[in-house]
Design a protein around this ligand. Structure first.
Ligand code: ASP
Length: 359
């Protein structure tokens, strides 16, 4: 009955994870597409998470038309924020434990080294646009909750209910199967309706980073965050240095996945810093993964029976030369890249092969 509860998921990890921690050293695997070549000078490039193939296409259109890289990445992710079928971002995103959608987003612009962000923003479906206004129209970097909503309304954003029928049904299902010690009866049918099966996952976000023909870098991360979260919970996405970081002299990085793990390692800053010390984007992302794995070993409830993280966290990076890369813990991830020639999903580099039977 509690098959879909996050609490149960973590408990399973805890029981198993306490036993044996990962032994035998890390053997990072490069993705098949490893070592992306530097772009010819003046070639724009756009990188995004696996759900961002429409975002990279749109952002490249904007860049090719001579648009600014921040306009480009925001236009790209707006497609996904507006899409009710992507239930991890914007409209239709999975809600908090009270059934209310709360969105987090950040933007960062390389040429001015400025950033803006909003967190726990309700009723506004394009938090990335509000984050941009925080950057451009205030002296602040991060505005949260009620204040963020007031700020958005002051700029003319219209309030709307972001919960779709599908995200409401998913929330209700979670609520009713959470515990047998509350007053919510479990659903009459044990099996989960087909259309809800794929949406019960607890994570999802879009990150998009770009470099234009003039070498200007910009990035955005936007999400509905961890589903079923405690109201007011803020993940990594709106935190500069965790969910997004851009240094126009070096490169840009962003993340998707378990925000709490990223908040404790500040991976995007770490990745940009590593690229500044000469690491390739992919190598820098893999090193960030290793850092998260090392810290996660200290928390058995977050480890599997081999001491590996029982959650996902992926990183994306693009450097000043237009080289790009991505890494996560487990084999099988994809990320979207428009390299100026073609727009396609590529393999995410990884630390661990999936074991037989792993999902
Ligand atoms: N990083 C997001 C958060 O923790 C969620 C995700 O990407 O899965 O809020």
């Amino acid at each position: 009955m509690t098959r879909y509860s996050r609490r149960n998921f973590l408990k399973t990890g805890a029981g198993a994870g306490a036993a044996a921690l990962f032994a035998g050293g890390l053997t990072p695997r490069s993705a098949a597409s490893a070592g992306s070549p530097a772009a010819a000078p003046g070639t724009p490039r756009v990188v995004s998470s696996g759900n961002g193939i429409r975002a990279t296409a749109k952002a490249m259109d904007v860049l090719r038309a001579g648009g600014d890289p921040l306009d480009a990445v925001i236009a790209g992710v707006n497609i996904v924020e507006d899409d009710p079928e992507d239930m991890s971002v914007g409209y239709g995103g999975l809600p908090n434990e009270d059934g209310v959608v709360e969105l987090d987003s950040s933007v960062m612009y390389g040429p001015t080294h400025s950033a803006g962000a909003v967190a726990a923003l309700r009723n506004i479906k394009n938090p990335s646009q509000v984050a941009r206004l925080v950057m451009e129209r205030t002296d602040h970097v991060l505005i949260v909750g009620e204040g963020a909503l007031k700020f958005a309304k002051a700029h003319g954003f219209k309030e709307e209910d972001l919960l779709t029928e599908k995200s409401r049904a998913a929330w209700l299902r979670w609520k009713e199967t959470m515990s047998d010690r509350d007053n919510w009866f479990p659903p009459k049918t044990e099996s989960l309706p087909e259309d809800l099966r794929s949406v019960m996952s607890t994570h999802g976000t879009i990150n998009c980073i770009a470099i234009d023909a003039a070498g200007r870098l910009a990035g955005v991360t936007t999400t509905s965050g961890l589903s079923w979260k405690i109201a007011g919970r803020v993940g990594d996405s709106p935190i500069i240095g965790a969910g997004l970081y851009v240094d126009n002299e070096i490169g840009a990085a962003g993340s998707t996945g378990r925000g709490e793990a990223n908040l404790l390692t500040c991976a995007s800053y770490r990745i940009v810093d590593a690229m500044g010390r000469g690491k390739s984007p992919e190598q820098a992302c893999l090193e960030a993964c290793e850092a998260v794995v090392a810290k996660t070993k200290l928390v058995p409830r977050l480890c599997d029976d081999q001491g590996r993280p029982n959650f996902g966290l992926d990183f994306y990076a693009l450097n000043k030369k237009g080289e790009f890369g991505s890494a996560g813990f487990y084999q099988g991830g994809k990320y979207a890249v428009h390299d100026g020639v073609e727009n396609k999903l590529r393999d995410v580099a990884y630390l661990f092969k999936r074991r037989e039977g792993d999902r």
